[in-house]
Design a protein around this ligand. Structure first.
Ligand code: NAD
Length: 440
């Protein structure tokens, strides 16, 4: 199958590489010339485990190429996936201008049947708007009054991969959701995903779009639920880790997404929850549950900073070490990372910040003003009044904590992800504070 992927970021690039790996002919497109230049040189513009090797293999087999031109790539492909950003507008609505621009460009160069597939996360009913944009922008020869003479389809195929394990997730999905309006579109998409041998759920476009909204919002709800439980654990002397374990053993609940901490972040959950709230408000339904989910998430950051303030007394002029900036481990992505917000809150109180992240240092240097970026975890801890663990990178469990303790001004650790062994750290001489671990 000849496929074009428009947008070569975390989703587009992983999807493109994986689709080439399972046998398709793929062109990945991006309008950022730097990204295309890097990709053509065999380099990745993002960090994602396992992606580089797979990309090299697909290029070598001549199944994968890169282009800066939406028009050229879509002319060569029968199926075109849209994987461009859909960020939040200031009012929370999804900004769909990237989608509209690409749809217009595709339409202008169309001269045969195309299947245009939303892979970006978009509000329900975007499919209809894409269809309308394409109709409006088709070459004149394909229009006769109101009649459209060129057949095309718009479908929704939401992506559920997780950054950090994106290649594995794409190749081993729990399900593939196909939102289609025609048998032809369904046939093409089934053919594309056939090699994955996974459960395929076929719906109409609006239901597929809604599945993505609902899934991400549900996962965010689980996180906020356990964070609210963690607040209660602190107040009654319970340990949220044990509580999550006990809840998670119930198959109806499941253990995943029950990790209490400083709340969800990243490029998806905050914006997708926001967009679903906005869509609900716009359609006349007050989705108050989701508004509370968002509020609890915001509160986790504030409560964490308050806890630091309580233990350190004054934050002004204290030096605070930060371990982890990326929004989750195994990625260099810092979009909407909880760490950014916490660092800003502490800076506003007058703290000096030294931060270390194994992969996100370059992005952090650009995004964070007045933060010293350390080369390793030890340098980040040196002369600090406390240390914050904000991203649960596995390497933070491997450090020599005696060395860390001796390098710090005060041996105090605030573990925003309940990731470290608190008992061991206490034995080693640290004051250790987690989230919902029963302080009262
Ligand atoms: P990203 O910012 O990493 O990648 C988007 C890419 O599109 C960028 O490289 C950008 O340069 C390119 N682009 C923008 N306009 C373009 C245009 N007109 N022509 C060609 N390229 C263009 O974003 P992402 O994280 O890959 O997310 C893309 C979409 O997928 C979003 O809607 C997001 O919500 C959704 N999604 C993301 C994830 C995730 O984990 N990141 C998971 C599932 C769904």
């Amino acid at each position: 199958m000849k496929i074009a992927i428009i947008g070569s970021g975390y989703v587009g690039l992983v999807s493109g590489v994986c689709l080439a790996h399972i046998g398709h002919q793929v062109i990945c497109v991006d309008n950022n010339p730097e990204k295309i230049k890097k990709l053509k040189k065999g380099e990745l513009p993002i960090y994602e485990p396992g992606l580089l090797e797979l990309m090299h293999e697909c290029v070598k087999k001549k199944r994968l190429s890169f282009s800066g031109s939406v028009k050229d790539a879509s002319a060569k492909a029968e199926v075109i996936f849209l994987a461009v950003p859909t960020p939040s507008k200031p009012n929370g609505d999804a900004d769909l201008t990237f989608i509209e621009n690409v749809a217009r460009e595709i339409a202008q160069s169309m001269d045969s049947y195309k299947l245009i597939v939303e892979k970006s996360t978009v509000p329900a009913e975007t499919g209809k708007k894409i269809r309308r944009t394409i109709q409006l922008n088709l070459p004149r020869k394909f229009k006769q009054g109101h009649k459209i003479l060129l057949d095309f389809d718009v479908a929704s195929n939401p992506e559920f991969l997780k950054e950090g394990s994106a290649v594995h997730d794409f190749m081993n999905p729990d399900r593939v959701v196909l939102g289609v309006e025609s048998a032809r579109a369904e046939k093409l998409l089934r053919e594309i995903y056939k090699p994955l041998k996974t459960k395929i759920l076929v719906t109409n476009t609006a239901s597929a779009e809604m599945i993505k909204h609902a899934s991400n919002s549900f996962l965010a709800t689980k996180i906020s639920f356990i964070n609210a439980v963690a607040q209660m654990c602190d107040r009654v002397g319970a340990d949220v880790i044990k509580v999550a374990e006990g809840m998670g053993l119930d198959k109806r609940i499941g253990r995943q997404f029950l990790d209490a901490g400083i709340g969800y972040g990243g490029s998806c959950f905050p914006k997708d929850v926001e967009a679903f709230i906005h869509l609900s408000d716009k359609s006349g339904y007050n989705f108050s549950l989701l508004k509370e989910v968002r509020k609890i998430n915001d509160h986790q950051r504030l409560a964490f900073v308050k806890m630091i303030e309580e233990k350190l007394w004054n934050i002004k002029d204290k030096t605070i070490g930060v371990w982890g900036i990326a929004f989750k481990p195994n990625t260099d992505d810092i979009r909407n990372a909880a760490a950014l917000e916490i660092i800003h809150l502490l800076q506003a109180e007058g703290a000096k910040i030294k931060a270390y992240d194994p992969k996100a240092a370059d992005h952090a240097r650009k995004a964070l003003k007045g933060v010293a970026i350390a080369q390793d975890p030890y340098e980040a801890a040196e002369d600090c009044d406390c240390l914050l663990l904000l991203t649960e990178w596995p390497e933070f469990r491997e450090v020599n904590f005696v060395q860390v303790r001796d390098a710090m001004r005060q041996a105090v650790i605030f573990d925003g992800r309940n990731f470290l062994d608190g008992d061991q750290l206490k034995e080693c001489g640290f004051d250790y504070y987690g989230i919902g671990r029963g302080r009262s």
